[in-house]
Design a protein around this ligand. Structure first.
Ligand SMILES: *Cc1c(COP(=O)(O)O)cnc(C)c1O
Length: 432
């Protein structure tokens, strides 16, 4: 496959360059030059396929020129080794649970696929690769878990001290081995600035073979199409309109959904459910993309005011605002609405939702007030992962998975770092 940089479409790269390089040199994002549409034969079989079977076919359609069948099968088996059930709450409301992976958030799917792809692409590489990533919590947990024990890869994760949930902190700091957690005196933006500076430092980034594992990486974005197909196939193809509501921050999840639609999947409408960071909602109203400062909310994995996948989303609608606004709705919901939605889901359906998932539920409800459609909302995190919001009493309703209990027995290790690039640089060089 060939990918091009949306910032400068004359810049073209291979899958290997896009995944291992992560970010283009010139500002922009990589996207495939062509997006394959799956044949009718595939759609006829889809209702009977497992998650791994359809994931295999989809990967083959996208990356089959670069990776052989048995390697694709291995990558898929390693990344999709947990269930992704669709749970019906009432006639037209379903929740697709994406949180049954090892770090209890949907980011496991992207991170695990990317790690398996890295291993495949680095097979004949003798130099060590350094993966560096900033996290507000979930990305770092998923990356630490997925890249642990990967040979020839050193993983550095920067997280804001005191600003991640206690389970997230355990996940970040107990991976050990080739994974180092850097606990930064500063907020998430400070972590991200440090990572950007490291990439801008060409000498350092060449010397360490630096690459990133953020949602900008196409290797993490693509596998998120799998669960849209699997969710739709569990729903059954009834001919009714279907809306999918996605709790959105950086819009990687939603972009993957639209990519699934471009591959031929019959989702009628996407609902971008966001918190008070309302750049996209304002964009759909005015046609103007004007990010503000980002606001802190209860759904901190979505505290993004300038979503990095916006450019990709627009591209998938041929850079045409009217096409995009015909297929994507957006609702911006505040913290008190989020808490009320958590209570409503619990009261009405005896179902416990994490706050991000509750935002998606409410977005779907708002959409269904205007259009009759069958609906799926995505559950992006397990409720115990955000007990700071859900309250400890969720433990009476939902047990903590046993592998999370085991984390508490592992040794906690992190390196404190001032929010200074010089300190980060000397840390990176001291160990290389
Ligand atoms: C990352 C994350 C999101 C936002 O996903 P994007 O792809 O960045 O839009 C939503 N919910 C949870 C729990 C997350 O970790």
């Amino acid at each position: 496959m060939i990918l091009h940089n949306l910032g400068d479409k004359s810049e073209r790269v291979t899958l290997r360059q896009a995944v291992l390089g992560g970010q283009p040199e010139k500002p922009g994002l990589y996207m495939p030059l062509t997006i394959p549409v799956l044949p009718e034969k595939f759609y006829r079989k889809l209702p009977r396929m497992t998650l791994c079977e359809s994931g295999f076919e989809l990967t083959k359609a996208m990356m089959g020129d670069d990776i052989g069948d048995s390697d694709i099968a291995e990558i898929i088996a390693r990344s999709l080794n947990f269930p992704v059930p669709l749970v019906q709450l009432e006639e037209d409301i379903h929740v697709l649970e994406l949180f049954h992976g090892p770090t209890l958030a949907f980011k496991d799917i992207g991170a695990r696929f990317m790690a398996a792809l890295f291993e495949y692409l680095l097979r004949n590489e003798t130099r060590e690769t350094t993966v560096i990533t900033a996290t507000s919590g979930d990305t770092g947990s998923a990356v630490a878990n997925a890249f642990r024990d990967l040979e020839g890869v050193r993983v550095i994760i920067l997280f804001p001290s005191g600003r991640v949930s206690s389970i997230q902190e355990l996940m970040l700091t107990t991976a050990g081995g080739n994974v180092t957690a850097l606990e930064v005196d500063g907020d998430f933006d400070a972590c991200q600035r440090l990572v950007k500076q490291a990439f801008a430092d060409r000498e350092l980034s060449l010397q360490l073979n630096l690459t990133s594992a953020n949602s900008i990486n196409f290797g993490r974005l693509f596998p998120q199409v799998f669960y849209y197909f699997y969710g739709m196939s569990q729903l059954g193809f009834t001919g009714k309109r279907v809306a999918v509501s996605v709790p959105s921050g950086n819009f990687g999840n939603l972009t993957a959904g639209v990519m699934a639609k471009r591959m031929g999947l019959g989702i009628s409408t996407f609902v971008a459910s966001t918190n008070a960071n309302d750049t996209f909602a304002r964009y759909l109203q005015s046609g103007k993309y004007e990010p503000h400062e980002s606001i802190q909310t209860l759904t901190n994995a979505m505290d993004v005011s300038d979503p990095s996948n916006f450019r990709r989303l627009l591209y998938l609608f041929d850079d045409d605002f009217s096409k995009l606004s015909a297929h994507v709705r957006c609702y911006s919901l505040n913290d008190s609405q989020t808490l009320a939605a958590m209570d409503e889901i619990c009261g009405k359906f005896s179902y416990t939702a994490d706050p991000h998932t509750a935002v998606a539920y409410l977005g779907l409800k708002k959409y269904q007030e205007t259009v009759s459609a069958s609906g799926i909302f995505l559950a992006t995190a397990h409720p115990v992962k955000f007990m700071n919001v859900t309250g400890n009493e969720v433990l009476n309703r939902i047990p903590v998975p046993s592998f999370i209990q085991d984390l508490k027995l592992r040794e906690k290790k992190s390196v404190r770092l001032a929010s200074s690039y010089e300190d980060l640089k000397s840390f990176l060089l001291s160990r290389s």
